[in-house]
Each structure stands twice: as structure tokens, then as C-alpha cells.
Design a protein around this ligand. Sequence first.
Ligand code: SAM
Length: 386
Amino acid sequence: MDLRRVPARDQDVASDPVLLATIRAEIERSGPLTFDRFMEIALYDPARGYYRGAATRPGRAGDFLTAPEAHPLFGRTLARFALAVHASIGAPASFTIREHGAGTGALAAALVAELLAAPDGPAAIRYLVAEVEPARVDAVRAALNDLDGASVEPDDGDPIDGLIVANEVLDALPTHRIVQRGASLREILVGLGPDGGLVDVEAEPTTPALEARLAAESVVLADGQRAEICLALDTWIDGAAAGLRRGVLLLIDYGHPAADLYDSGRRAAGTLATYLGHQVGDDPYRAIGRQDLTAHVDITAVERATARAGLIPIGSTTQSDFLSRLGAGDLLVAEQTRAGATLQSYLDARAALVRMIDPGAMGRFRVLAVSRRLEADVALPGFGGG
Ligand SMILES: C[S@@+](CC[C@H](N)C(=O)[O-])C[C@H]1O[C@@H](n2cnc3c(N)ncnc32)[C@H](O)[C@@H]1O
């Protein structure tokens, strides 16, 4: 999503009353919730969570704009990387792509159309949608509807030979929150205030895994520093890696190496942010179920988890660098002569590409690729090596 902070208009959006009642009841029953449990309910409650149901979340009509939603140029540029992955697993006639968190299908539509049109591309594409929200499978199916050679299936988790991609999924995983108090690490839980509203409650960490993560990364927080730790990331990477028999896992997200993410000078308040109507906020206890919650990704933790899962690093860079190396600029020039192009459509494409590569916006996202059992002689572009 575009991370430039827009001064928050006062948007008086009430919390979903049923979700709020669920959270309150759980606190009354079992005591304060870990923040990741709160986030799980707010975003993923099967009946009413923010990401559940048919409502459009990313997109111009939604709350934030992701790169695939900004313009098909993103998916078309990624197709150049995907073509090389296809070659690197022996160029099968039918190529399998699994997308985690496929959203509205915007990435799928551009990526698959470009791959099927490539003279040296696959004849057919099997697109597996791994989503918490089952309705997204229909959205992706509709997005690929008119493409001969493309088939869309809900993901069955079976290991694939192919490409696995996840754009802005890790930053949507439920996360714990912590604060350093003197020599002690404290966890920030979600409790009930005197008026029944949700409030931060500091307590002993609910799991030693929080301190263990920081210790493994040699991170020392400053007194008073707040931060997020996404323990769910390990399980997610294990699952994604188990689903890759041969090919590449490509992850794109807003994140930083641990030393940078937990730098007390730059991020003393942590990175938790809310998105509602294209505005960024910092109060997770308002508009529950109606605003997005997100925290920057610990790239060091991702790298460690992929290594533990036996995946081989291909490269790690910024989105700006990745798209530039893949030739997004040439693809923008080609927009001028695309069937049906107008001056306005070209200007829109150019503006979208600028946001995707602007270091002040999406350009500083991290792109990380890891692989399993690739052909030795195929170089993958996008990271400086190919
Ligand atoms: C920020 S949106 C990004 C959507 C899309 N990738 C894009 O770039 O426009 C995050 C998406 O990830 C999905 N998601 C979150 N956790 C997931 C998980 N554990 N497995 C699969 N999808 C997940 C959400 O349902 C949502 O569609």
C-alpha cells in the first residue's frame, strides 16, 4: 500500500458492534487478549472480519492501494520474472502459480495475460488461490475469465513446481506488540478500560518466543521503545515453503532488516498502522472490522525462516530496484502503443509506476526471492545477477 501519510480527516466510522462484542466477551471470559488475537478477530473473524466477505479492500474504492491495484504494469513487469522462473523449472507447457492473499485478482489478471501472450511463455497456466477469504477465488476467476489457457482453483496446499507469490500478505498477519521497560520486556495486551472501551494493558510476555526472536536477531530495545513481533510469520513461511517442490517463492512487502526495524532512533513507537479510506492512522481500537491493521515486516525473520525451510536465496532488494531491473520503464514506453491507449491512459500508467518506484512510497518495499531445485543454467532477473 502507498505509505505516504495523508493527514487524517476525522472519519467517524464506528466499530462493527458484533466484533466489538466478541472481543469484549473474550476479554471478560479469559482476561486481556494478545494483540495478535485481537488482530485475528478484527481482520479475519470468519463472519465479520475486515478481510472477510466480498467487500473490496485494496483498490481505489477501498482503503488502500497496492501496487497490483495501482496499475497492471506491476503484474506485467512481474511476468518477466515469472517467465524466467518458468524456464528455470524446465519450461513446462502448463505452468503453476500459487498466489497467497490474491485480493481482487488484480495481480493475477495482468501477470497471467502477459505470460500467456509471451512467445516463449507457457501454453497454459494453473492459478492456485491461497486466501483466507474463499470469495477471493471467485474474484480471481472473474479477473481471468476471458483468458484462454488460464484456469483458477482454490489452493489445495499440495506442493507445486512453479512460482509462489505473495504481495503485501506478511504485513497483514496478526502480530504481537511489546514495550521495553527498563531491563524488562513487557507485552502490550488488549484490555477493557473503565468505560468498557479497549485499552492497552502491559503485562508479562505471554510467550518466551517474543524475547527469543529479539535475542536471535541481537536486537536490544531502548527503554520505552514499542515494537511489533510477528510470530505467525514463521508458520506462514513454513507452510509456503512446504508448498514448493520446485521453483521460486517471491515475497513483496513493506519491511526492514531487524536492525533497522527495531532501531530506537527511527521507530521508537513501532510500525503498527491503520488504513481507512486511504488515510493512515494509529488507533487500532477504532473502526474495528472496518479498517485495516498492518505492521512492517521483519525481513531478517523472513530470511531466517526461509533458510530453516531449506530454501535457497536468490536475491533481496527494493521494489524500485526490482521493477527497474525487470524493465518496467520499457513496459511504460510500450503503453503508448498498446491497443486502445490514450494520452490519459499513458499518463495514468506513468503516475502509477512513479508511485511503485518512488522511495517515499512503494519503491522502498522489500522484494525477496528464494528457490528450490532450479535448473543450474537459468539466471533469474530483477536482482542484479541476471
Ligand atoms: C493487503 S491485502 C493484499 C492483497 C493483494 N495481494 C494485493 O496486493 O492487492 C492482504 C491479503 O492477504 C490475505 N491474507 C491474509 N492472511 C492470509 C493468509 N494467512 N493466507 C492467505 N491469505 C491471507 C487477505 O485476505 C488479503 O486479501
